[in-house]
Design a protein around this ligand. Structure first.
Ligand code: PLP
Length: 380
């Protein structure tokens, strides 16, 4: 889709890109200033593999202050993005043939990382009717003697769904019966949450020892290019991931780490300003998408994506007589007809849907939704 979008743009067509998985905001100035200062002060050498001690202490303090979680600095491993933290955890935990339960839709890299670790993904289908959240019964039915790990994101990419503390409690009751199952909780969208406080499954003492919390700076602080994330876990898992990272990338960029430290010490004012802007856009896009006949959409509670079910258009024909067979075809049609770039749900494990990112200006979002509406109305 990205390639097709670029080709169209190269022909002079104005393409509105709603396929991005990153905030459209600039990194806040105080964070950039800290990076400049770090360079001036010559923080330009290798850092410890797990990150500078002051950054790991600041992350430990953040987890206590904002999430009421106790993780000592030595239980934290700073990585090159949450992506590396996830990969580290999977590579350290999963032995060949062990099963990893993943609710669908899920972030694209989860199942590919499980493959790299030679594990087997076991998917649980969550549907738009249930706000794309799984039930405790579904979780229990998916657990087998081979299950090693359950991994999920809340707020979720691609659905924006957020598990409440009560919903997590329901899942925890199941995990209590299966002490061999670890839990990988991807909380990278923590700050883009429209329902009040963020709940982490690590808050439940009965499972905390086997929860690996993954978080980072990309989304909440608009720092995607800086590549900064971390995991917090038991001392054993933290030590294992440190060992692995020591033989792959070593510590992430020293300058980035100093910028991340400033981000954590600088309060959440700019983070909340960005969240509020996302909330305004969410409401705008929800109003527009929910009026399109044939599009089934839920109200996302976090992140910056919609994941509408568009299966009612499958089997319909374009004005040129081409049949829309699936979400891939629909995304290509929307790109060619409406000049709006989206992502097929196939990539996230749900072929009935497409992902629409609202990390774009309100003007672009209005124009995109009106063009999508017109394009879909032409399908017969
Ligand atoms: N987890 C989820 C659910 C994501 O959507 C992303 C990025 O899109 C990541 C992890 C990776 O984030 P990072 O930029 O910190 O590697």
């Amino acid at each position: 889709m990205a390639k097709l979008g670029r080709e169209l743009a190269a022909k002079g067509v104005k393409v509105i890109n709603l396929s991005f998985g990153e905030p459209d905001f600039h990194t806040p100035q105080y964070i950039k200033d800290a990076a400049v200062d770090a360079m001036e002060k010559n923080f330009t050498y290798y850092s410890p593999v797990s990150g500078y001690p002051d950054l790991r202490k600041a992350i430990s303090d953040k987890l206590k202050r904002e999430n009421n979680l106790d993780f000592a600095p030595e239980q934290i491993v700073v990585s090159t993005g949450a992506k590396q933290a996830l990969a580290n955890a999977l590579l350290c935990l999963i032995n060949p043939g062990e099963e990893v339960i993943i609710p669908t839709p899920y972030w694209v890299s989860y199942s590919e990382m499980v493959k790299l670790a030679e594990g087997e993904s076991v998917f649980i289908n969550a549907t738009v009717e249930n706000n794309y959240k799984i039930t405790p019964e579904q979780l229990e039915a998916a657990i087998t003697p081979k299950t090693k790990l359950f991994m999920f994101s809340s707020p979720c990419n691609p659905t924006g769904s957020v598990y409440s503390k009560e919903e997590l409690a329901g899942l925890v009751k199941v995990f209590e019966k299966y002490p061999q199952v670890y839990i990988l909780s991807d909380e990278i969208y923590e700050h883009i949450n429209f329902v009040g406080g963020h709940a982490s499954i690590a808050e439940f003492p009965s499972v905390k020892e086997r929860v690996i919390v993954v978080n980072g700076f990309s989304k909440g602080f608009a720092m995607t290019g800086w590549r900064l994330g971390y995991l917090a876990a038991s001392k054993e898992i933290a030590a294992a991931t440190d060992k692995l990272q020591g033989q792959t990338t070593s510590g992430t960029c020293s300058i980035t780490q100093k910028a991340g430290l400033a981000a954590l010490l600088g309060g959440l004012e700019t983070v909340h300003q960005m969240r509020d802007a996302f909330l305004t856009r969410r409401d705008l896009v929800y109003g527009l998408l929910s009026q399109i006949p044939g599009v089934k959409v839920n109200l996302p509670e976090g992140a910056f994506y919609f994941f509408p079910d568009v299966s009612s258009f499958f089997g319909k024909k374009t004005a040129e007589g081409e049949v829309i067979n699936n979400a891939d075809d629909l995304c290509i049609y929307i790109l060619n007809e409406a000049h709006v770039s989206t992502v097929t749900g196939e990539a996230f494990g749900n072929p009935d849907c497409i992902r629409i990112s609202y990390a774009a200006s309100e003007e672009e979002l209005k124009e995109a939704c009106s063009k999508i509406t017109a394009a879909l109305a032409k399908l017969k």
